[in-house]
Ligand binder design. Structure first.
Ligand SMILES: [Mg+2]
Length: 186
């Protein structure tokens, strides 16, 4: 069985941070408004301490939406591939929140993807140390490890990366789980 390493944030679930930030600021920002990968950068500096207090009392995975068809397609892939969910969990703005983030990620995966053996959840920072045949991630940096197929999952922060740039890195862009199904399941 070929091994697939599947990222979690912005690949199987999305919009958690933007929904929480909008609730905190009482705004209607879109993810693109952040101008970078980090949605938290929308928070004004003077409110940042209050934001951290707010964040610590909540579970960002209560605010996420599961990406369309992620469940259906991963359940099918799970029959014919060796599936691992590989996700980073260190919280940039306060590393002391990372244990909470890890637990919240674990609980979300158990609830929404009960068909995946929890022994196949990998919580890690450097994904390159994990071997896989196929990698699926929304971040180019996280696709740098060895693999025969690398799929960049389209997300708000990677839309400007051109196909020429991706080709040089041996990465193929995928717009959603139906496309992945199309590529990985005959
Ligand atoms: Mg991600």
């Amino acid at each position: 069985m070929k091994r697939i390493l599947i990222d979690m944030d912005d690949v199987i679930c999305q919009k958690g941070f933007i929904n929480m930030v909008n609730e905190f600021l009482n705004t209607d920002f879109k993810e693109e408004d952040a101008g970078s990968y980090y949605i938290n950068d929308l928070i004004p500096k003077e409110k940042f301490k209050d934001w951290l207090d707010y964040f610590e009392k909540r579970n960002v995975y209560d605010y996420v939406e599961t990406v369309d068809y992620a469940k259906e397609v991963i359940e099918k892939l799970n029959q014919i591939y060796d599936i691992y969910i590989v996700t980073a969990y260190i919280f940039r703005d306060n590393p002391d929140f990372s244990g909470m983030q890890l637990k919240n990620k674990f609980d979300y995966l158990r609830k929404e993807f009960p068909f995946i053996d929890p022994k196949k959840f990998i919580f890690v920072s450097n994904k390159e140390i994990i071997d896989g045949d196929i990698r699926i991630d929304d971040s180019i940096d996280k696709l740098m490890g060895k693999a025969e197929q690398k799929l960049l999952f389209t997300a708000y922060h990677n839309k400007k990366i051109t196909n020429e740039e991706l080709e040089k890195l041996n990465i193929r862009r995928v717009n959603g789980w139906k496309k992945i199904e199309n590529i990985l399941i005959d």
